[in-house]
Design a protein around this ligand. Sequence first.
Ligand SMILES: *Cc1c(COP(=O)(O)O)cnc(C)c1O
Length: 395
Amino acid sequence: MTVYADNAATTPMSEAAVAAMLPYLTEISGNPSSLHSDGQRAKEALEAARADVAAALGAQPREILFTSGGSEADNTALRAAAVLGAEKGKRHLVSTAIEHHAVLHTLAALEKEGFEVTLVPVGESGIVDPAAVAAAIREDTALVSVMYANNEIGTLQPVAEIGAICREKGVLFHTDAVQAVGRCPIDVNAEHIDLLSASAHKFHGPKGVGFLYVRRGVKVTPLIAGGAQERGLRAGTENVGGIVATAVALKEALARREEDAARLTALRDRLIEGLAAIPHSALNGDPVRRLPGNVNFCFEGIEGESLLLLLDDRGIRASSGSACTSGSLDPSHVLLAIGRVHDVAHGSLRLSLGEDATGEEIDYLIANVREVVAYLRSISPVWRDLQSGQGRFLL
Ligand SMILES: *Cc1c(COP(=O)(O)O)cnc(C)c1O
């Protein structure tokens, strides 16, 4: 059996999205900036996709800026807010300790350019306290950036509350909603969101396409100079087919969202229950306020990488953290932020279920994780020390 349980890293394209994309790679291959009829057909498709994406968030079409993905959307949003802030002498940025690296590394770059950054900590639950965000906001705060749903531990953040606080204090609010778009109901107006990042390949669209919602009146400084595409905010010939497929994938995801969420939540909880029965294990992040398909555990006395490779041999595609940290020896900054110590954080496993997951697959996951964890412990010197009383169990 093969179980793809790494949907937080990327999702396969839906058949409808592939079908919608194909004509724009062949027959309708005009450049949307061309004035002839082939170009105008591409332009019409591009604008129809923009209208669909906007409607999905309660936004206006002119508020959607297509990008090369979530990372570019995050970079654009943070840099835009920094430029706007600096114009008014505001050089303070507020974010959280559990953001994606596309946000954290952009903030670190801005720090080097003279901005001051406050990262609000999160508790053991992995949920940001709106009061802590409010307390971090100062007179010179230019932006608050808090992700909608965490990519490692799946925790859902109180975005509407934080948005209301920012609106009241007159501070711009950005949310990295890459994990949430297509999975959570989002309304940029009701939630007081000024800037929102999304990525198509996280909701069964193509890789290399994303978008940034930019509230009307918020000025964006282009990261890429050149032609006047995207109302002069992002140069470069648009990825028409990819953008059309993005709109199709998003509409499809939202049409089946509630049904998918209910079924996935039940499967997720069954998986959590099965893995929690493994001795000296712990679920990472809030058990309830998390994405329907996200399961993230720490198992004491083992290495996450070994677990991952042995599971792969058994047909299970999983992750030991975020795809971006895999390959480096640093434990996940998210697990450290929720209070896991280095040794425990190293023995982590993320299983992110797809919408077509089945009960049979959940049973397969539970049985195989149990066996592989038991095997790895049987050959682990760390585990032997813990068992003989030479070390102290933390979980
Ligand atoms: C995947 C992801 C990104 C990056 O998106 P890309 O389209 O791969 O650049 C950013 N933020 C979060 C939360 C993500 O999960």
